[in-house]
Design a protein around this ligand. Sequence first.
Ligand SMILES: Cc1cc2nc3c(=O)[nH]c(=O)nc-3n(C[C@H](O)[C@H](O)[C@H](O)COP(=O)(O)O)c2cc1C
Length: 201
Amino acid sequence: MSKELSFQYRGDYIVNLHQLRRWYRLFHPMVASVIVVPDPKNQYNLMPAVWAYPISAREPYIAVGVAPERYTFSLLKKASEFTVSILPSTESRLIRELGDVSGKDVNKLDRFHLELEEPLSNSVPHIKGSIAWVEAKLEEIIERPNWDHALFIGRVLIAAASKLAFDEAELIWKLDSPEHTPASWLGGDFFVKLVQGEKVR
Ligand SMILES: Cc1cc2nc3c(=O)[nH]c(=O)nc-3n(C[C@H](O)[C@H](O)[C@H](O)COP(=O)(O)O)c2cc1C
């Protein structure tokens, strides 16, 4: 019996989320950011990561879930700092392509003709053209033998956002054009087109 046929249903709902395998996609779309990490071979490596998310606001902390087979995993194990770049949705294809190759095999900065810009607080630059970025100091790694991703926890040192893309008064993305919208991944080959937020109060 194929996996698809072994799902359980309750009325209109697929309820067997274990066999669904990609259950986490219920939580997508999420911003598809790019982790920049020091690399002795390529100077810096770039890894798209949709599992890069805030875990504490007042004391600012970010977690990045990285699978052990990624080259970035081995680099983060040795790193003390990393930076997270948020690119506009107009760069969705670039983000996909960055995720199709490994820094083990190619220098992604050269391959995709990307430039980096100087950091403000740590020593790890961000991608030129980012609409926002976060510079972090790596403080902790949480791993479990049965997990397929480890959590790299960083203390956020600075967070910067483009005035054109981010509303300073409301502290929200403007989403008024694809250039002012963070690239967001739905799953598989699909990115989303976010539209302007709606006030519900
Ligand atoms: C949109 C997108 C999001 C991704 N998110 C993650 C993620 O959160 N964690 C992860 O380990 N891999 C993620 N990946 C896969 C890695 O980016 C991909 O395997 C990449 O080639 C690894 O590069 P590296 O070997 O140079 O580290 C994602 C890929 C894409 C395209």
